[in-house]
Design a protein around this ligand. Sequence first.
Ligand SMILES: Nc1ncnc2c1ncn2[C@@H]1O[C@H](COP(=O)(O)OP(=O)(O)O)[C@@H](O)[C@H]1O
Ligand SMILES: O=P(O)(O)OC[C@H](O)CO
Length: 576
Amino acid sequence: MPGLTESFVGSIDQGTTSTRFLIFNKDGEPVASHQVEFEQIYPNPGWHEHNPFELVSSIETCIDEAVKKFEELGYVRDSIKAIGITNQRETTVLWDSETGEPLHNAIVWTDTRSQSIVTELKSRNGAGSLQQICGLPLSTYPSSTKLLWMIQHVPKVKSAYEKGRLAFGTVDSWLVYQLNGGPAAKVFVSDPTNASRTMFMNLETLEYDDRLLDFFGVKGKVHLPRIVPSSDRKAYGSFSSGILQGVPIMGCLGDQSSALVGQKGFYPGLAKNTYGTGCFLLYNVGEKPVISKHGLLATVAFQFDGKPVYALEGSIAVGGSGIRFLENNLNFFKKSKEVDELAATVEDNGGCVFVTAFSGLFAPYWIDDAKGTIFGITQYTQKGHIARATLEATCYQTKAILAAMEKDSGHALSELAVDGGMSNSDLAMQTQADLVSIPVYRPKMRETTALGAAIAAGLACGLWHNFTELRDINRAGGAVFEPSIPPEKSFEMFSLWERAVHMSKGWVKKESSKVNGAKNSGKSSVVVKVKPVESVFGKYSIFSDLDEADEEDLLLELRKLEIHQRLKRLRRATSA
Ligand SMILES: Nc1ncnc2c1ncn2[C@@H]1O[C@H](COP(=O)(O)OP(=O)(O)O)[C@@H](O)[C@H]1O
Ligand SMILES: O=P(O)(O)OC[C@H](O)CO
């Protein structure tokens, strides 16, 4: 019979594809858990949404089921002292500040619909200095451009914005607001690790910065959550209903920061790489943010006792979602874990390189006009080669990120700690070790993201008191993958990858549209000045202010017209 005096903390892990709830004991072991997947909504190519209420109901289901299992083991509900929340970052939820009604589906971090807004913003004065303040470059990835897209395109959002009733939140804010009872309690907060993904927060002060809000045109016009520490006894309120009614929420961390905490990356020089839907390498840089010169992001790792700790981050948009693509879209296998078996049917990638740029390429490349491309396909290519190339894609990007991190920090990692769904693939982890030429360490208990939020809550409620006490948690029984190919071979493979990245550029035609324009109408705003001129081709309009892709289109049209004119002249000459 379990001891009745034992205390526990619960952890909600609201990820991109699934939600989990785990109950941890003081040794950091999960004693009960439950996980559910929820609907992924893809309304158009490049768009990705979640239903905000389904995110909340998935949590309620997980809590009910996990607590049931916990009680069946003989534990009592009251021994769960506090809850931590960790969540997919950047995903943006908008709701009515008075009623709590969501005004649109959540736009997920992978969504690229704000591309034309990004293009326009990049040409504005001040665009170049944003990263220095908030740590992120302008792209479709952070929340800011998703917010602008909804203000421009969703009438309900526009109306709430005009009436001063538009509440903006990342997933943590939405969940905390809802779990506290919504408009009745109005607990409207976010932690710095989540707020640092919006482009609205100043990395040094951990407050919203007027220069950033002004740049995006939202200063004073949108309700933003109050930024509070990641570990706090009061700020996050408590459950207003359900079987955990009254239990306080005391921890909150964006999932990648949470995984760093769960891997106990508390000190400068420690890092982790999480292979979930995407893949994210975070490197602890200590108490001062480091603004990358090599394509990485600066972000907050955690803020527990006043002083924040920062990280350099390498974000890869497609990690496990590449495996899901083989599973769901190409029907290569029924379950992700079968990818190793398929990949093992062949000896190597058979010359295939898969640039999995489904949402463009993130760090360290930041190529937004690439799309997923498989190079090197021949009659020889089998499914196994594509499976290997998919696993390798994330590993190559990790290698590129490590190189960038080394340049930014001046230090090389001696070992890479990993976690996340795709880290279950032995083949992927061996490939990773081979490509980065350092050992890859995979802990036995891989729910490190959930463990991080549990630690944030546990430090606040007194289950743990300091980092030293956490040292031995989840240390025994991990696996180490040692590099098994010579560095020259890894260099050769990587060179081919870099060539493929280069060749994948420019597939997407550039769009341009005014940020304040009514519709995302593709090229409508490209034609700015029209100068009719006489040319060898006849009387045509030349459009200035065109980008490269438009110029190519125009030249093609002009060539066609030239051929047409020549043909006409030829016909006239032969009939004369
Ligand atoms: N054994 C496996 N081999 C390869 N990929 C896997 C394996 N198990 C899970 N995955 C992939 O990991 C991802 C889920 O990981 P998870 O950490 O739960 O992500 P998230 O938190 O983003 O929802 C999925 O994309 C899935 O395809
Ligand atoms: O769902 P994951 O684990 O891929 O994490 C999503 C990230 O937080 C996006 O930045």
